[in-house]
Design a protein around this ligand. Structure first.
Ligand code: GLY
Ligand code: MN
Ligand code: MN
Length: 430
C-alpha cells in the first residue's frame, strides 16, 4: 500500500521523471559514538521509514513506481544496532514495490536515471550522493551515441513536498494534537512543581521525563529553561541556573510525537505570584499574543500578524515607559527591536521550524485552513538596559501557543496549559 502522501507526490511529479530521496545521514557525536538517529523530515513524510542508510526511488510513469534501498537484515549487526526491516520488510511493512540492499544503489543508479526527462533531487544536502548523481549523469551524457537518456532537468523535490507539508491532513493534525497535549501537560506539571531553590536542569529533566513517559520520542528541539535574566537570552540552553524567589521562569519546550513537533512557551513566577512589574510586562505580552491568535484565519498574512504584534507591543512599551516617543515613529526606526527582536511565529509540523515558503516573490504568504502556526510574541529586557524604569530590568517574557488555521477560526492545539496570569497563580498555589 502506497501512503497517501507518496501517492499525492507522484501525482504532482512530471510523469516522465524519477525522484531520488535519501534518508538522513547518521551524525557523529564524538569519536565513534552517534547522536540518536532522526530521519530526514521529507523522507519520513513520504515513506514513514525511520532507518538510516536508505534511499527512496519514486517514478510515477514506470511499472515499479516505488523502490526502497535499505540496510539488509544482518543478525550480527542487529545484535549491536537493533532490528532492521530489511529488504522484505521494506516491501511488506512499508509498501515498497521493490527493495534492494543499499550496497546495490551505486550499480543501479544508471538504470534509475535512464529514460527520465526530469530528476527530482535536492542538491546540497548530501555531498557524497550529489557527487554520485552528477558523475553518473555526466557519464550518461558522454554516451550520447547510444540509446541512453539522462535527465535533462533537475528539480528540487522540496518544491512539491514542502508545499504539501504546509497543509496538514486530518491524520497529521491528530498527531500534532497529541504532541501538543503531551507538551502542555508537561508544562502544567512544571508549574505545579517549581519552587525557589530548585535548578533549571531539574525542571528540564522533569519536562523531558514527562515527554518520554507519554510516548513522545523526546523534545522536538533543545528545551529552554531560563530563570530570571536568563529568560532574556533568546536561545538560552545551558539550563543550569538557580531558581530564585521573586524571579520569573521561562520554559520553551515541545515534544516530538511520531515525528511531529509541538512548541510551547510559558513564563511564570518561581514563587507562584507575579510582582506588579512582572505582571505589567506579562499582561502586555499576553494581550498581544491573544490578539494575534485571533488573527490566525484564512487570508491573514504572516506579515500582518508580525506587524500587529509590533504595534501592540510598541504601544504598550510606550505606556510602560520602556520606549519614549510616538509609536509609529518608533516602529519606523525599529526601536521596538531592542526588546522584541524575533518573529511572531513560524509554521510547525515535522520540523519545529517547518518548511514552506513565507513569501511568494515579495508577497507575504496568507494563511489557509490546515496550516499550523506558532504565535509567540515576547519582551526581553536585558539587565544592562539604560534609561528605563528600574523595576523592569532583567525581565524576559514569551508566551507561545500552536494554532491550527481552520475555516471556523483559530484552533489552539496547546490550550491545555493555562496562560492567564490569575489561572497560573491559582494552579501554583501550594
Ligand atoms: N523553540 C523554538 C521556537 O520557539 O521557535
Ligand atoms: Mn518555542
Ligand atoms: Mn516557536
Amino acid at each position: 500500500m502506497i501512503r497517501s502522501q507518496l501517492a499525492e507526490f507522484m501525482k504532482r511529479m512530471d510523469q516522465r521523471s524519477v525522484a531520488i530521496i535519501p534518508a538522513a545521514r547518521e551524525a557523529t557525536r564524538s569519536n565513534d559514538t552517534q547522536y540518536r538517529y532522526r530521519q530526514d523530515s521529507d523522507f519520513l513524510y513520504l515513506t514513514g521509514f525511520e532507518e538510516p542508510e536508505s534511499i527512496a526511488i519514486i517514478a510515477p510513469g514506470r511499472e515499479q513506481k516505488y523502490t526502497l534501498f535499505v540496510r539488509p537484515r544482518d543478525p550480527e549487526r542487529e545484535v549491536w544496532d537493533g532490528k532492521r526491516a530489511g529488504v522484505e520488510g521494506a516491501k511488506n511493512e512499508f509498501g515498497a514495490e521493490e527493495a534492494f540492499p543499499i550496497a546495490e544503489f551505486d550499480e543501479k543508479l544508471h538504470e534509475i536515471l535512464d529514460g527520465a526527462n526530469v530528476l527530482y533531487y535536492r542538491l546540497g544536502v548530501n555531498p557524497d550522493l550529489d557527487g554520485k548523481v552528477i558523475r553518473e549523469i555526466a557519464r550518461m551524457r558522454a554516451l550520447n551515441r547510444k540509446p541512453i537518456h539522462p535527465p535533462r532537468t533537475i528539480i528540487d523535490p522540496a518544491t512539491i513536498v514542502h508545499e504539501m507539508r504546509v497543509l496538514k491532513s486530518a491524520e497529521e493534525i491528530e498527531l500534532m494534537q497529541r504532541a501538543a497535549d503531551i507538551a502542555a501537560e508537561a508544562h502544567v506539571e512544571a508549574m505545579k512543581a517549581v519552587r525557589p531553590g530548585m535548578n533549571e536542569f531539574e525542571v528540564e529533566a522533569m519536562i523531558e521525563h514527562y515527554f518520554r513517559r507519554q510516548g513522545a520520542s523526546g523534545p522536538s528541539y533543545t528545551s529552554i529553561v531560563g530563570a530570571g535574566a536568563n529568560a532574556t537570552v533568546l536561545h538560552y540552553i545551558s539550563n543550569n541556573g538557580e531558581l530564585r524567589d521573586g524571579e520569573l521562569l521561562l520554559i520553551d519546550a515541545g515534544a516530538e510525537y511520531k515525528g511531529y513537533a509541538s512548541d510551547i512557551t510559558r513564563t511564570f513566577p518561581i514563587n507562584g505570584r507575579y510582582t506588579k512589574a512582572q505582571r505589567e510586562i506579562y499582561d502586555l505580552v499576553l494581550e498581544t499574543q491573544m490578539a494575534c491568535v485571533e488573527m490566525v484565519r484564512p487570508g491573514t498574512t504572516h506579515d500582518e500578524l508580525k506587524t500587529h504584534s509590533i504595534e501592540m507591543l510598541t504601544e504598550g512599551m510606550v505606556s510602560l515607559g520602556l520606549l519614549k516617543g510616538d509609536p509609529k515613529e518608533l516602529i519606523k526606526d525599529k526601536k521596538h527591536e531592542q526588546f522584541y527582536m524575533h518573529g511572531l511565529g513560524h509554521m510547525l509540523g515535522i520540523d519545529v521550524h517547518d518548511v514552506g515558503l513565507y513569501y511568494f516573490d515579495k508577497e507575504s504568504r496568507a494563511l489557509e485552513p490546515g496550516v499550523v502556526m506558532t504565535v509567540e510574541p515576547g519582551l526581553y529586557i536585558s539587565p544592562a538596559t539604560k534609561d528605563i524604569p528600574e523595576q523592569y530590568l532583567g525581565i524576559g517574557v514569551r508566551i507561545e501557543d500552536d494554532v491550527l488555521c481552520t475555516t471556523n477560526g483559530p484552533r489552539v492545539l496547546t490550550s491545555k496549559v493555562p496562560k492567564n496570569a490569575d489561572e497560573i497563580e491559582a494552579l501554583m498555589v501550594k
